[in-house]
Design a protein around this ligand. Structure first.
Ligand SMILES: Cc1cc2nc3c(=O)[nH]c(=O)nc-3n(C[C@H](O)[C@H](O)[C@H](O)COP(=O)(O)OP(=O)(O)OC[C@H]3O[C@@H](n4cnc5c(N)ncnc54)[C@H](O)[C@@H]3O)c2cc1C
Length: 405
C-alpha cells in the first residue's frame, strides 16, 4: 500500500510529488509529464506569466526555471516571454531530477476501500493507497457555449483540442473568446495562413501593459507591490496569502476567482492581432447550423444587429468551468461523497475534500484558495500543505499499526 498516489504529472502533480518524496513519503505518480502543455496548447505559444512566476515547486527551492535556463544557456530575463517549449522542457527536467520514476499510465478509476483507495490503471495491476491527490488540471472542465454543442466534431472544437494550428492554413476560422488563449490562437492561425475572425462579447479587447522598467521607486513599490500574479495589492494578497482567501465568504471567493485577471491579452500579442484578425466586438454567437456549404453561424450584436457568418470551423476559446461531477475517473459512489459548493469541491485548509484522504489541487481548488490555483505559481502552497497533511496522516497510521508499510 502506497502512502499517497498522485494522479497527474503536470506542474501541480510534479510539485506535490517532489515535496512528498522529500518528506520521505512513499508516493507514486501517474500520468504523462507535462501532457497538457505538450498536446493541448498551440505550438508557437508563449507563457503569459513571467519566468519568476512560472516555477514548479521543490522544497529546497532549487530546480527553478531560471536555474534550468542558466544550465541550458537559454535567455531568461524579466519582460521576455518564455516559449511554451522551454517550459515543457523545464517541466521534464524538473521531473527527471525530482521525480524520476513517474509512471506514464493513465488512472482510469479511483474507488474507496477499507483503509484508503483502490486506483485502477489503464495498464497493470491496481494500486492501493492511503491517500489520493487529484492533480488532473483543467481539461475535464473545458467549457463551450451551448449553441456549439450539437455541431459535428469537424466543425467545432475547444482551444484545448489543438496543438498544431497549421492545419487551418487557407481556411476560414471563427474564434470565440477574448482571453489570452483566444487572442493567441487567433494570432497563430492568421500567421499560419488562415482567415480569422474573433467574436467577442465585450465591446473592446483588454491588453496588459508591458512590464515597467526596474528598479521601481520605494513609493511605487509600496503603492503597487509586485506579485507573481501581477502588480497591485489585490494580486499580491491572492498570490501570497491563499490560506487567508479560504476564510472569506464563499460568494466573495467566487467573485474574486471570476473577476481577478479576467480576459486580457499579453502586451506582446497586441500587434499580432490588431489589423490582422477581423474583430466582431460586443457580439455573441446565437446559433450555429450545418449547411451544404459548411458551417453557418448567426451572431447578434449588443445593439440587436443580426448577421449570418459562413465559416469553415469555429474554435471556442472560452476557457474552463469547474464541475467536479465531470471527473469520471472517480467511481460514482466516491464522487457523490465529495461535498460540493457550486460544483467545486469544498476543501479543508490542507486541500482535503470531505472524503478523508482524498485531496484536490490546481484549478478545482480555486474556489477555495482563490485565483492563484489557476496558475503555476500556486504549486508551492498546494504542495506544502498537502504534504504536511499526508505525512501527518501516515505517521499516525504507522503509530496505530506498527510494522505497516
Ligand atoms: C493556453 C493556456 C496557457 C496558459 N498559460 C499559463 C501561464 O503562462 N502561466 C501559468 O502559470 N499558467 C498558465 N496556464 C494555466 C496552466 O495550465 C496551469 O497553471 C498549470 O498547467 C496547472 O497545472 P496542473 O498540474 O494543475 O494541470 P495540467 O498542467 O493540466 O496537468 C494535469 C495533468 O494531469 C493529467 N491527467 C489528467 N487525468 C489523468 C488521469 N486520469 N490519469 C493520469 N493523468 C491524468 C493530464 O494529462 C495533465 O498532464 C495556461 C493554461 C492554458 C490553457
Amino acid at each position: 500500500v502506497s502512502e499517497v498516489v498522485i494522479v497527474g504529472a503536470g506542474p501541480y502533480g510534479l510539485s506535490v510529488a517532489a515535496h512528498a518524496r522529500a518528506a520521505g513519503l512513499q508516493a507514486r505518480v501517474f500520468g504523462r509529464p507535462m501532457e497538457s502543455w505538450v498536446g493541448h496548447m498551440p505550438s508557437g505559444m508563449f507563457l503569459k506569466s513571467e519566468g519568476w512566476a512560472s516555477n514548479l515547486s521543490h522544497p529546497a527551492g532549487e530546480l527553478t526555471l531560471e536555474a534550468y535556463c542558466q544550465q541550458r544557456g537559454l535567455r531568461y530575463q524579466y519582460g521576455v516571454p518564455i516559449p511554451r517549449q522551454t517550459f515543457v522542457d523545464y517541466g521534464r527536467w524538473f521531473q527527471a531530477e525530482a521525480v524520476p520514476d513517474v509512471e506514464t499510465t493513465t488512472v482510469v478509476a479511483v474507488r474507496r476501500e477499507p483503509g484508503g483507495f483502490a486506483v485502477e490503471l489503464s495498464a497493470g495491476e491496481p494500486v492501493h493507497a492511503q491517500a489520493v491527490v487529484l492533480a488532473v488540471g483543467g481539461l475535464a472542465f473545458a467549457w463551450q457555449p451551448q449553441v456549439l454543442a450539437g455541431l459535428a466534431p469537424a466543425l467545432h472544437s475547444h482551444s484545448a483540442d489543438h496543438h498544431d494550428l497549421g492545419g487551418f492554413s487557407g481556411r476560414d476560422v471563427t474564434v470565440v473568446g477574448a482571453g489570452q488563449s483566444a487572442l493567441e490562437s487567433s494570432a497563430l492561425l492568421a500567421e499560419a495562413g488562415a482567415s480569422v475572425r474573433l467574436v467577442v462579447r465585450a465591446d473592446r479587447l483588454a491588453w496588459h501593459d508591458p512590464p515597467r522598467a526596474e528598479p521601481r521607486s520605494p513609493g511605487r513599490r509600496l503603492r503597487e507591490p509586485l506579485s507573481r500574479l501581477g502588480p497591485g495589492w489585490g494580486n499580491w494578497v491572492w498570490s501570497e496569502r491563499p490560506g487567508a482567501v479560504r476564510h472569506l465568504p464563499a460568494a466573495q471567493r467566487r467573485f474574486i476567482v471570476a473577476n481577478t485577471l479576467g480576459p486580457a491579452g499579453a502586451w506582446w500579442l497586441r500587434d499580432r492581432v490588431m489589423g490582422r484578425v477581423e474583430l466582431m466586438l460586443a457580439t455573441e454567437v446565437t446559433s450555429a447550423a450545418e449547411s451544404a456549404q459548411g458551417l453557418v453561424l448567426t451572431t447578434a450584436s449588443r445593439e440587436g444587429q443580426r448577421a449570418t457568418v459562413p465559416t469553415d470551423h469555429v474554435i471556442a476559446a472560452t476557457g474552463y468551468a469547474v464541475d467536479f461531477r465531470r471527473l469520471t475517473l472517480l467511481e460514482p459512489g466516491l464522487r457523490d461523497a465529495v461535498r460540493l459548493s457550486h460544483l467545486s469541491p469544498v476543501l479543508g485548509p490542507n486541500f482535503e475534500t470531505s472524503v478523508p484522504g482524498l485531496y484536490v489541487v490546481g484549478l478545482a481548488a480555486a474556489a477555495t484558495f482563490g485565483p492563484v490555483m489557476r496558475f503555476v505559481c500556486g504549486t508551492g502552497f498546494a504542495a506544502q500543505r498537502v504534504t504536511k497533511d499526508v505525512a501527518g496522516m501516515a505517521r499516525s497510521r504507522a503509530r496505530l499499526t506498527p510494522g505497516m508499510t
